[in-house]
Design a protein around this ligand. Structure first.
Ligand SMILES: [Cu+2]
Length: 122
């Protein structure tokens, strides 16, 4: 009898935990940090982003003109950004240093000079 009650209590606790989890997770320190980036010929805004190693991050990228891309070769990340379809890069930097991303969709004469630097510190 007692064990039955204990089991029921344990289950109730579990259910309570489950229903509370998403909110507490969203508030946790390591919830992904969302950073808005806009891009137009021939620059990203901002062009430099400071990040913490181990901190999950989501870059939400919108274009103000034509289609662009954003590629970080070293981090194995790449996305395409279109007028009606924002690009998204979701990742957790695990190394400190500077990582330079380039436009990966040809967009005109200044395409090759478009960069966005991720500055990752401890
Ligand atoms: Cu381009």
């Amino acid at each position: 009898m007692k064990t039955k009650i204990l089991k029921a209590l344990a289950l109730a606790n579990l259910l309570t935990l489950c229903s509370v989890m998403p909110t507490s997770l969203a508030l946790a320190a390591d919830a992904p940090k969302t950073i808005a980036v806009s891009v137009k010929r021939f620059a990203y805004e901002p062009s430099k982003i400071n990040l913490k190693k181990g901190q999950p991050v989501v870059l939400e990228i919108t274009t103000e003109d034509v289609a662009h891309g954003l590629k970080f070769k070293e981090l194995n990340l790449n996305t395409k950004i279109e007028k009606d379809k924002p690009g998204e890069l979701s990742f957790t930097p695990m190394q400190t240093g500077d990582f330079v991303g380039h436009c990966s969709v040809f967009c005109g004469s200044g395409h090759g000079s478009m960069t966005l630097t991720l500055h990752v510190t401890e």
